[in-house]
Design a protein around this ligand. Structure first.
Ligand SMILES: [Zn+2]
Length: 451
């Protein structure tokens, strides 16, 4: 067989093994993993790790919050930044308009993404309160490739417990994977109102209006309802030890419950909200950043198997939009940019001894692909898509807006030093980033139908 591309002399790292081998690519697929392969184009990976392309199953590109506020990465700039960071597949969301069917919503979101994406992508279908009369369309959405469904316990998308039960049952019926945002919205609204009435308007009061024990209460309630209808459940953006505890107990009972955390919870703490002026508004995200003890617990949970994946919840808003909440923390658009530093950020867990190289690959590549039904992604094995990253464990980088490629005029990770960085990113056999240079094309990414 002739190979279009061979990645030579690297150390192949998968979720289960670490070994020296060359990886040969034919027709966009991994065609051989063996010694002494040669091809039309060769990349020398000596001294580097060759890992599956990263899979980030939680991102929000060009997401409108209304009133002209839109997350600042579009499907081109966001997927390009992902590629620079070693991510080759992501999953964004469909949020159907009230008058749209689920399939119309899906078609509209695909039409936004398709001309722009530089890596492959899938979409979660959001089932909000407006979708309570559309549950008979869940099968059609699943058949169209939305293998997973997003449920909210907060914001205007919030489902009450009865709606949650009905949605989970409908998703279970078709064999889909529910993913959920867990917070106690009634408590949050009450605390926000109490704080604002007392003149406590600074970002300092954001985490104090969204308490960790109530994030855990919501997660526990969602787990109990899922368990009652015998559905699996994936808990999004776990911010604290209290939620880890709920996931751990459910899994100890054998329930199909999984959880993820994100770089913002692993690298930042709630102290960031005490920075003066606009600075304190920037890291507003929900659930909020927590104290150091929670951050430490999250790293340990990733190593001990109590959390199963690392995603980003990438949702950047520019300074001008964050400034809308200078006088009222509850008006600050929630979300931070993390998509580019996720893989290297997670590598710090290896460097710091929280988990193994193989566990790192599982957390960032293999486990997200398995959970999201991306059967051609997330591993290095013959026949799978040739989505590969050559990762240089010796490279040291200092994060800044100049270094990163996200379309955002700030980063929460400014000045943070990371050990290790992706050097080459390959998507279906095509080199799309090499040595800091983008070589891909908008629109080359494909929608992946997932089961
Ligand atoms: Zn999100």
């Amino acid at each position: 067989m002739t190979f279009e591309l061979v990645v030579r002399n690297g150390t192949v790292v998968t979720s289960s093994a670490t070994y020296q081998a060359d990886v040969g690519v034919h027709d966009g697929k991994i065609a051989a993993v063996a010694d002494e392969l040669h091809g039309e184009r060769e990349i020398n990976a000596v001294g580097k790790y060759v890992i599956p392309g990263g899979v980030d199953i939680h991102v929000h590109m060009q997401m409108s919050l209304g009133d002209g506020v839109v997350s600042s990465d579009d499907f081109f700039t966001g997927t390009r930044a992902a590629a620079f960071g070693g991510t080759t597949t992501l999953i964004d969301f469909v949020e159907p308009e009230p008058q749209q069917s689920l399939l119309e919503g899906l078609a509209a979101r695909r039409a936004e993404a398709n001309p722009q994406v530089v890596i492959d992508y899938g979409l979660h279908m959001t089932l909000g309160p407006d979708e309570k009369d559309k549950l008979d369309q869940v099968q059609a959405a699943y058949d169209a490739g939305c293998g997973s469904f997003k449920l909210y316990m907060a914001y205007g998308f919030r489902l009450d417990d009865g709606q949650l039960l009905s949605a989970l049952a409908a998703i279970k019926q078709v064999g889909g994977q529910p993913v959920i945002h867990c917070e106690n919205w009634d408590v949050i609204l009450t605390l926000i109102q109490r704080n604002l009435e007392a003149g406590r308007t600074a970002p300092h009061w954001h985490p104090r209006s969204r308490p960790a024990p109530l994030e855990a209460e919501a997660a526990g309630r969602a787990i109990d309802i899922a368990s009652y209808v015998d559905a699996p459940l994936h808990i999004f953006h776990v911010s604290c030890a209290a939620v880890v505890e709920r996931i751990r107990s459910a899994r100890a009972l054998g329930l199909p419950i999984t959880g993820e955390t994100c770089p913002q919870y692993l690298f930042l703490t709630q102290k960031a909200y005490d920075a003066p002026g606009l600075q304190g508004t920037l890291p507003i995200c929900s659930p909020p950043l927590r104290p150091q003890a929670d951050q430490d617990a999250l790293w340990r949970a990733l190593g001990q198997g109590d959390l199963q994946l690392i995603t980003t919840d990438h949702c950047p808003f520019v300074l001008r939009d964050k400034a809308r909440g200078l006088e009222d923390f509850s008006k600050i658009p929630g979300g931070v940019p993390s998509i580019e530093m996720r893989l290297a950020g997670a590598y710090q867990g290896v460097d710091r001894g929280y988990y193994s190289l193989n566990r790192w690959v599982d957390l960032c590549c293999s486990a997200p692909a398995r959970l999201a039904g991306l059967s051609s992604k997330g591993d290095i094995a013959i026949g799978l898509d040739a989505d590969l990253v050559v990762f240089d464990p010796e490279r040291q980088v200092t994060l800044s807006t100049d270094f990163l490629h996200e379309q955002c005029d700030w980063t929460p990770y400014d000045g943070i030093e990371l050990q290790g960085w992706p050097e080459v990113t390959i998507s279906r056999g095509e080199v799309i980033v090499r040595d800091g240079e983008f070589q891909g094309e908008p629109g080359r990414g494909r929608f992946i139908a997932r089961r």
